[in-house]
Design a protein around this ligand. Structure first.
Ligand code: G
Ligand code: G
Ligand code: MN
Ligand code: NA
Length: 253
């Protein structure tokens, strides 16, 4: 099938949804937040992973529409969860933003209106950046999002596109340690030392640190040993649809 055409249709048909992966307190396993992740289930082809459709959306000029859809749906969901007691007042929701979205000067006012509409405090929302971004335009947008009170996280820290310069140029409030470093924790001396150094730097800068891709108790314990307090990964659970998230995490949280 022509995936671009199918994606265009999916946006109109509500085939594009959001799944939520818990971010937990490493020591207790209690959820302190979640990351919103785009999900597309095509009526005939079944699930199409973001690694496939996000690049298509970028090429087709649809990444703005996809991003808007995910953000609006995620903020609406957080408003509902806050109102019905599924999550507490400290719960943070992370939303991915593409480089393209960060060049839209209207993004901060759009976000501000959505926060009001859904009754969500800005301090409960974090935007994750993981791509090369045009520094001047994105800098302005990120400063305005930060001024609203939203958090700004560097995603995939240490790999992909996460230059240290972002920490100086952008109003960053935290980092997410890429899962490739978490993978070797407790068994690779290099990974242990790299994560230890990243944590020391983040602490000195006053940034929060979230470890991604935590799959084993060995990794969790190694993270705790170097002072990481928040984690995300299959050890606690994958991204799941909102109803399942509420059912599972309401009881434990
Ligand atoms: O769940 P996983 O397969 O869910 O996600 C794969 C990749 O797709 C990740 O790198 C993630 O950052 C990216 N991704 C998931 N949802 C979104 C989204 O809503 N917007 C953008 N820009 N990227 C997303
Ligand atoms: O935005 P980001 O690139 O961080 O997207 C999160 C991606 O990581 C998603 O594709 C998600 O399915 C994946 N993921 C989440 N938890 C784990 C994990 O414990 N191990 C691995 N290998 N991948 C994970
Ligand atoms: Mn992310
Ligand atoms: Na990541």
């Amino acid at each position: 099938i022509d995936l671009e055409e199918a994606l265009r249709r999916a946006l109109g048909d509500g085939q594009l949804n959001v799944a939520y992966q818990p971010v937990v307190d490493l020591a207790t396993g209690v959820p302190v937040g979640a990351e919103a992740l785009a999900r597309w289930v095509h009526p005939e082809r079944g699930p199409i992973p973001p690694a496939t459709f996000i690049p298509i959306a970028e090429e087709a000029g649809l990444i703005g529409a996809v991003g808007d859809r995910v953000r609006q749906e995620a903020l609406r969901m957080l408003g509902t969860w806050r109102a019905d007691g599924t999550v507490d007042d400290a719960f943070h929701l992370s939303i991915n933003v593409s480089g393209h979205q960060l060049t839209d000067p209207h993004l901060p006012s759009t976000v501000s209106a959505e926060l009001l509409r859904y009754g969500v405090p800005a301090r409960c929302v974090a935007f994750e950046i993981s791509e090369p971004v045009p520094v001047d335009a994105a800098g302005r947008v990120l400063f305005e999002l930060r001024e609203l009170g939203c958090h700004v996280l560097i995603d995939d820290f240490g790999t992909g596109y996460s230059p240290l310069g972002h920490l100086r140029r952008f109003p960053v409030t935290g980092i997410k340690i890429d899962r490739s470093f978490v993978a070797g924790l407790g068994s690779s001396r290099e990974d242990d030392e790299i994560v230890r150094a990243v944590v020391a730097m983040s602490r000195a800068l006053g940034h929060t640190v979230i470890a991604e891709g935590v799959e084993t108790r060995l990794q969790r314990d190694a993270l705790a040993a170097v002072g990481v307090t928040r984690g995300q990964g299959w050890l606690w659970g994958p991204a799941v649809p909102p109803a399942e998230f509420a059912r599972h995490w309401h009881a434990t949280g």
